[in-house]
Design a protein. Structure first.
Length: 447
């Protein structure tokens, strides 16, 4: 699971670099030639020239910000584990690890609870271009904790790949067309998966890997729900969300036991991922989630296309709830004020471009499409489809819970195998799931 989180994190970081717009400049600060430490674990975050127009703009933007604010940047690069261990140890001792730091969703709740990173809400909301800054994915407990531009060219994080050869042999309509028309829903997806299933050929409609995440996203459901007072509840039993959770479980139950169209019975983990990916590449699956499209394209396998997740019966809006994402944050321990650091880093992230008359780089659809087609998609049509669908999707942070096998096995696994029912697994796991939610979120609120 950690491998998947890192992959999704890398993908999201690249997406964020690709789409900043022309931002207005803010009041400058003079750091007097001093050096700010910027800490990362993902070395490609250090911008270099020649990789892409967007990375060139990021390179010049940082250079421009350093000149405008009269400072230098020292990059601190460690492995992800060392990065966070050193940050926590030094911060708790009152030492400065970094002035600006890359943070990750898998542990930012804990860092916030320990008071090790600072909220950025006031700096973003008071900026002259506040509408261009991300105030969703790194927001928690009523505050924003990151400094990231909005991705104006958002690329859906959750999607299904489908085998074009198998789809055509079944005489099924391209699901991209249905998605663009607003007709790509659960019942259609279920019908496609059932049509592709032939156990005698070891052929199935969809792999189990990430299936629960796909369906819950398409039904606007997550494992915890927050009420008006900020308290988090088990979403499977919370009055306002339990119907959505039951719909996800019942959909999987029907597909697994009635249609027998699901390959595998684990929705997370390396083994489930390998099983799904290998079957898809062998032409034995119609749909699969593959977390790294760059790698798949380089492998030479090309008989596939891509579609967004199908829409569930209780879906109120097209959205992604992303559980793995990285963002820039402000450590509490620093020799510089949070306000000054925020202004400097916001200027650096605005992607200044010396070749542009207005001073700021603004990507366009054509540039983004060319980059994505070159790196990950088999056809330009796929790149155009994902760009168009991304414009319709709202991005939200998924809850960050250390669930172990609770959801993957004790809830979804048992339903897929038919060893329990949706109602029974909800009842059996209610207390344990709520305890994890309480420890992660509610204890911070003093509940």
């Amino acid at each position: 699971m950690k491998r998947l989180l890192k992959l999704l994190c890398a993908l999201l970081a690249l997406c964020l670099m690709a789409g900043p717009a022309a931002f207005a400049a803010e009041e400058k600060v003079d750091f007097g030639g001093k050096t700010l430490k910027v800490a990362i674990w993902y070395e490609p975050e250090i911008p270099t020239l020649g990789n892409s127009d967007s990375e060139d703009a990021w390179y010049y933007s940082l250079k421009h910000a350093c000149e405008e604010y009269n400072c230098k940047v020292e990059w601190i690069v460690n492995t992800q584990e060392t990065h966070f261990n050193k940050f926590i140890q030094m911060s708790l001792s009152g030492e400065v690890y970094a002035d600006i730091m890359m943070c990750h969703s898998w542990n930012y709740v804990s860092l916030i609870q320990q008071g090790l990173i600072l909220p950025t809400t006031e700096y973003i909301t008071s900026a002259p271009d506040s509408e261009y800054w991300n105030q969703t994915t790194s927001s928690l407990f009523g505050e924003t904790w990151g400094i990231e531009p909005k991705n104006l060219f958002y690329e859906p994080t959750y999607y299904f790949l489908f085998n074009k050869k198998l789809l055509n042999s079944l005489g099924l309509e391209n699901p991209q067309k249905l998605a663009l028309e607003g007709k790509w829903d659960w019942e259609t997806f279920r019908h496609y998966c059932a049509a592709a299933t032939d156990p005698s050929k070891e052929q199935y409609g969809v792999g189990s890997f990430m299936l629960a995440s796909m369906l819950k996203t398409g039904n606007n459901f997550d494992y915890a729900a927050v009420d008006e007072e900020g308290r988090y509840h088990n979403a499977f039993t919370y009055s306002k969300t339990k119907a959505k959770g039951m719909e996800v479980l019942e959909m999987i139950q029907k597909m697994a036991l009635e249609d027998k169209s699901i390959l595998g019975d684990w929705v997370d983990g390396q083994e489930a991922m390998d099983q799904t990916i290998n079957a898809f590449k062998d032409g034995k699956l119609l749909f699969a989630f593959y977390p790294n499209l760059d790698t798949l394209k380089k492998s030479g396998f090309s008989d596939y296309s891509i579609v967004t997740v199908p829409v569930g019966p209780s879906c109120e809006e097209l959205n992604d709830t992303v559980g793995a994402f990285a963002f820039w944050c402000l450590p509490k321990e620093s020799d510089f004020s949070a306000s000054d650091r925020a202004k400097f880093w916001m200027e650096a992230r605005r992607t200044w471009d010396p070749a542009d008359k207005k001073g700021y780089f603004e990507a366009d659809d054509e540039t983004i499409l060319d980059e994505r087609w070159d790196k990950k998609y088999i056809s330009m049509e796929d790149a155009e489809f994902m760009l168009e669908m991304g414009k319709q999707i709202e991005l939200y942070p998924a809850v960050s819970l250390d669930l172990g096998s609770l959801v993957a096995d004790d809830i979804f696994g048992m339903v897929i195998r038919g060893t329990s029912t949706p109602s029974a697994v909800i009842q059996a796991t209610d207390g344990r799931l709520q305890a994890i939610i309480d420890a992660t979120y509610n204890n911070y609120l003093g509940s």
